[in-house]
Design a protein around this ligand. Structure first.
Ligand code: PNS
Length: 176
């Protein structure tokens, strides 16, 4: 059985992540999307909330599992008998950081964990969870960045009222 792990913060999951998840799931028998429980960061959503969000957003992909981890990725992968990590590359600016992590993990794991990169589809190349949060916090439109139910949760977290959300959709010209 070919298995892989896609680690990340996913705070929140974006269409860019979902694109990578879908494509990686088509290459592996089982893909585990695993959320890093990073005590040093102050996330918008708790790990439990992010698990629920990811489960809902990937419900139509049968071979995707959602999990979380703390500590080193190589230990998580080893404990779960996984030998491939998946990461998305949006632009050249991601490359240096990702190359360093991938090489570190390969050496630290004594070559048991390799990293496979998916180049993000062009329409999602500009997306990041941080920019989604910044845009939403100022009441901007994130409906092209995340699924609608995620957008609702993000606006709720920033206290953006439903009438403001309706205005955003109306401005976009597709208020249902
Ligand atoms: O979505 P992100 O925040 O870019 O994901 C980064 C992540 C979770 C892949 C990376 O920080 C990670 O794997 N952290 C776990 C700690 C670890 O294994 N560090 C060693 C590699 S430098």
């Amino acid at each position: 059985m070919k298995r892989a792990v896609y680690p990340g913060s996913f705070d929140p999951v974006t269409f860019g992540h979902l694109d990578v998840i879908r494509r990686a799931a088509s290459v592996f028998d089982e893909l585990t999307v695993s959320i890093l429980n990073n005590k040093e960061k102050k996330p918008l959503f708790s790990v439990e909330e992010r698990v629920k969000i990811l489960e809902k957003a990937t419900a139509d992909i049968p071979n995707v599992k959602v999990d979380f981890f703390s500590g080193l990725l190589i230990d998580y992968a080893n404990d779960n008998d996984i030998h491939v990590a998946i990461r998305g590359l949006r632009a050249i600016t991601d490359f240096e950081y990702e190359l360093q992590i991938a090489q570190t993990n390969r050496v630290l794991s004594k070559e048991r964990l390799d990293t496979m990169f998916f180049t993000t589809s062009l329409e999602y190349a500009y997306l990041s969870s941080s920019s989604v949060k910044e845009i939403a916090s100022f009441g901007g439109d994130i409906s092209l960045c995340v699924p609608d139910f995620v957008a609702d949760m993000v606006y709720d977290r920033y206290g953006i009222k439903p009438h403001t959300r309706a205005q955003i959709l109306a401005d976009r010209g597709d208020l249902k």
